[in-house]
Write a protein of this length. Sequence first.
Length: 120
Amino acid sequence: MLVDGRSILSCLMLGLDAEDRDVTSIEGMADGARLHPLQDTFADLGAAQCGYCSPGFLLTAKELLDKKPDPSREEIKEALSGNLCRCTGYIKIYEAVELAAARMRGEAFELPRESLYGLE
Ligand code: FES
């Protein structure tokens, strides 16, 4: 959840604390039926499996890219470090954020072949 544009863990905030604040849920990232580029890219790269952690990663990544459109891998790792995934591992998630950022900047971005097709 984003509150006033900042990612928070929903378990740490009571509903009353959100009064008069701008709250964005994962559903609020999309523009109607059109997914946010981060959502599209997570799906394209298989950066989610069960999806339990995905809202936290996606909203945190959105906050990062809103503030810094061209983050380094280390900045992505640091920004997402408060989120845990028990399924996917983190490489696909980092790559999805990098690719989404490039797509949002209108730049071409080549992922390593093994990111798309696995090791041969
Ligand atoms: S995709 Fe299952 S916990 Fe992250």
